[in-house]
Design a protein around this ligand. Sequence first.
Ligand code: C5P
Length: 401
Amino acid sequence: MPLAGKRILLVISGGIAAYKSLDLIRRLRERGAEVRPVMTAGAREFVTPLAVGALSAGHVYTDLFSREDEQDVGHIRLARDCDLIVVAPATADLMAKMANGHADDLASTVLLATDRPVLVAPAMNPKMWAHPATRRNVETLRKDGLSFVGPNAGEMAEGGEAGLGRMAEPLEIVAAVEGLLDGGAKPLAGRTAIVTSGPTHEPIDPVRYIANRSSGRQGHAIAAALARLGADVTLVSGPVTLPDPKGVDVIRVERAEEMLQAVLGALPADIAVMVAAVADWRVATANTEKIKKKPGEGPPPLLLAENPDILKTIGHHAQRPKVVVGFAAETQDVETNGRVKLQKKGADVIVANDVSPETGIMGGTHNSVKLITAAGIEQWPDLSKDAVADRLAAWIAARLT
Ligand code: C5P
């Protein structure tokens, strides 16, 4: 019971995704959490307090000025008598109110009065999510220290429109809840993970090498995020200037061949996330002595040989981890190339991004990725590499559950 004894205040606001909150209540309770629901007037247009109360097995709080509710616990105690507040679904309107400190109904008052951590699962039409006002509000709420899970891309429940705005699935929200609750059992406890990160250096001679612009930021952030969720993580890192992430075993390598051996040596594992920008080619026979510039001879020819494909090796290995994640850094046809890679490499998901120089992703702090699985493509918003890592770790945890 990973959430045994945890008290969660679930704020349900008025969106069609409110129907998923019924399942969320079940999922939280079956993990041992006690769920106290607060419903806005809008939420009650979509699901009834009767259904919410039946699933949560307790009182449903709806009214700021209800004598009964106030006598029961009161809005200030409601705001504080919990380990975490989850807002699911969070409408654009409720987020706007939260960002601006409004308190004109029970939900917004509780959210203003709380000193507890808050997890927000937005759900709205893609145009509303993309609107500059919503973007500003999300940014404000993040700066205020609130956490987010989702939204995901896909068909809207009302039909006809697709894009970013679907509420995260209940199990993804549960994984985020587990990740946030300090001391709560970790969803990846007892799981092992291998992460590759950074570039590889392929020697030309003892002083020169072939390399690429990978900083290792994304891979290192993923290793740290998996460890925060309780996984036992081995990070196989190429040469980077980053500090070792907390709570992670780091194996440092230089060449692709060494990276492959380190990864194979870390098997068996439940999770493999291959983020490293492994050089596709190495110099066939690296010189043991420094190549000398000889007058009149011109540049030396460099004969290249193909490096092993680590992701493909793992994706087809007899000890293949249960979840295999690959990355695809592309400068063109991101989706098509990602789909092909999914197949070829035997991965469960390809995290594809456009690394054209104008995106500033390679070596930068932000990432804008698409998740390509057999089920379809999910575009994630432009996020910090840390936020991509947290979200991917939660996604992996949900997939393993
Ligand atoms: O084929 P491409 O290099 O674009 O594939 C990218 C994915 O494959 C990344 O997940 C990367 O870590 C992995 N890869 C690998 N070994 C290689 C080349 C790529 O593990 N030799």
